[in-house]
Design a protein around this ligand. Structure first.
Ligand code: ADP
Ligand code: F6P
Length: 452
């Protein structure tokens, strides 16, 4: 097997394994724990003024070489903040009203994709297989093909893909779809995303539906469960446990992003306190929400709004010895997080839309099989079709969230165990490793088909 070349906007810092940057970095890093020789190319996370293409910095750890490049502030704004995160992100999460289109951003996005291709092409070897990730890089394969690259190129979309009736609202929708035809294989998280994308690509003249596949990403459940067991005995979990005085804990863990339904979720928790007062002075809800994309206007507004909502709910319900919501906007070390999941009686995962949502799978992996917690999950998360033994809710319905929380907090151990066993089998069947292997096997087949 030739070398694997991964391309993504966000590349994890190999020295900071404990501080992940979201689902893409976590899922891929878990998938790469084999002996496959790999080049991982992407943005370094830095911004530097420059008037020529950057030279990549190379850093090898085990079988993976990380090749990263900085962006100029202008590129970062047009390509990352604006076109990727103020236009494509809301559109793909079905939030057309938040899409803030400007043609200059589209041009910058295309230009950065072409620059990625120019810098990557000289690093490629004849037998490479290339795997591009996420919405920042939709046009990359076409840009590479224009430079003469003939290697198989696959693409995986970590976020949802909307139907044509919505996607066509993007002014350059057809140009973008046309570029995507340069991929040999495109993977998405769910059957719904696959149908939507296929519908769009068919409009653009693609004829072979087998080039779009649903291939849900997973985690590494065995190692995550071990981390949770170890962290459970550690000082952070001990301090959290002592602070709860044997009372129940609900946990939420999400980047601070409007797609995660945080505002709606807090309303659901408020409804729990209103409609089920028996939980007053007992239950605690810990929400960990590290700040994300803080330069994008909509994210700044959300942060202010959440500060206000949480302040209001705590002000209305707190007692001098009880705070209903504890709220952290810092990232937490991954291992500590695993221990917190294990301690929590309930996980509240209610995105309004989500490509997959790895937090739901991590919560399941972290549980104690003898006394597992309950998962309340949005039916609009990509994880919902696999994790349908969770308590599924509509994230827009605060009363439904309140009812599900009450049910989770009062559920008998036998029922929790029954549900958890089914959920745990699911996350052990489709792991990060099997996801990558299945996708790459299918991508490799496209090489054989086109050669033979
Ligand atoms: P997204 O990719 O949209 O951020 P996911 O739920 O798929 O959503 O993935 C988020 C990943 O980031 C998970 O692996 C989660 O554990 C991690 N994560 C989220 N918040 C934190 C945090 N505060 N500290 C550490 N890791 C976090
Ligand atoms: O999983 C979706 C995703 O957008 C990834 O592409 C991204 O790396 C992650 O969320 C975190 O976002 P960002 O890279 O913008 O910090």
């Amino acid at each position: 097997m030739g070398r694997l070349v991964i391309v993504s906007n966000r590349v994890p810092d190999p020295r900071e394994r404990n501080k992940p940057a979201g689902g893409l970095a976590v899922g891929l890093a878990d998938a790469l724990r084999g002996d496959q020789s790999t080049l991982w190319f992407g943005w370094s996370g830095r911004q530097v003024e420059a008037d020529a293409d950057p030279v990549p910095s190379l850093d090898t750890h085990g079988t993976v070489t990380y090749a990263t490049i900085p962006l100029t502030p202008t590129q970062h704004r047009g390509y990352y903040q604006r076109f990727s995160n103020a236009i494509l992100w809301p559109l793909c999460h079905y939030r057309l009203g938040l899409m803030d289109y400007a043609r200059a951003d589209w041009q910058q996005y295309l230009e950065v994709n072409r620059m990625f291709a120019r810098v990557l092409a000289p690093l490629l070897k004849p037998d490479d297989i290339i795997w591009v990730h996420d919405y920042h890089l939709f046009p990359l394969a076409q840009a590479l093909r224009e430079l003469g690259v003939t290697a198989p190129i696959g693409f995986f979309l970590h976020i949802p893909f909307p139907p044509w009736s919505l996607f066509r609202a993007l002014p350059p929708a057809t140009a973008l779809l046309d570029d995507m035809k340069a991929y040999d294989l495109i993977g998405v998280q769910t059957e719904e995303d696959a149908q939507n994308l296929w519908e769009c690509l068919r409009v653009e003249g693609m004829t072979d539906p087998s080039r779009v596949v649903a291939c849900p990403i997973g985690i590494d459940p065995v190692s995550f469960s071990e981390e949770a067991r170890d962290a459970f005995e550690g000082p952070e979990v001990r301090r959290l446990r002592e602070s709860l005085h044997d009372e129940p804990l609900i946990i939420g863990v999400d980047r601070l992003d409007y797609s995660k339904g945080l505002e709606e979720r807090f309303h659901g928790y408020e409804k729990l306190l209103i409609r089920y007062p028996e939980h007053h002075r007992h239950v605690t809800y810990l929400q960990v929400a590290p700040v994300s994309r803080g330069e994008v206007e909509e994210y700044r507004l959300l942060r202010r709004q959440l500060d206000e909502t949480i302040g209001r709910i705590n002000g209305a319900f707190a007692a001098y010895d009880w705070t209903p919501i504890r709220y952290l906007t810092r990232p937490i070390a991954r291992q500590t997080l695993a221990g917190f999941y294990r301690l929590a009686d309930v996980a509240l995962v209610t995105p309004l839309r989500d490509g997959m949502n790895l937090v739901a799978k991590e919560y399941v992996a972290a549980q104690n099989p003898d006394n597992p917690g309950a998962l309340v999950l949005s039916h609009l998360a990509g994880a919902a079709p696999e994790l349908d033994e969770a308590l599924l809710v509509n994230p827009h319905d605060s009363d439904a969230i309140a009812d599900a929380l009450h049910l989770a907090l009062t559920m008998k151990k036998e029922e929790r165990k029954r549900r958890w066993n089914i959920l745990n089998n699911e996350i052990r069947n489709t792991t990060a490793g099997s996801w990558a292997r299945d996708f790459l096997k299918a991508l490799n087949r496209t090489r054989k088909t086109s050669v033979g």
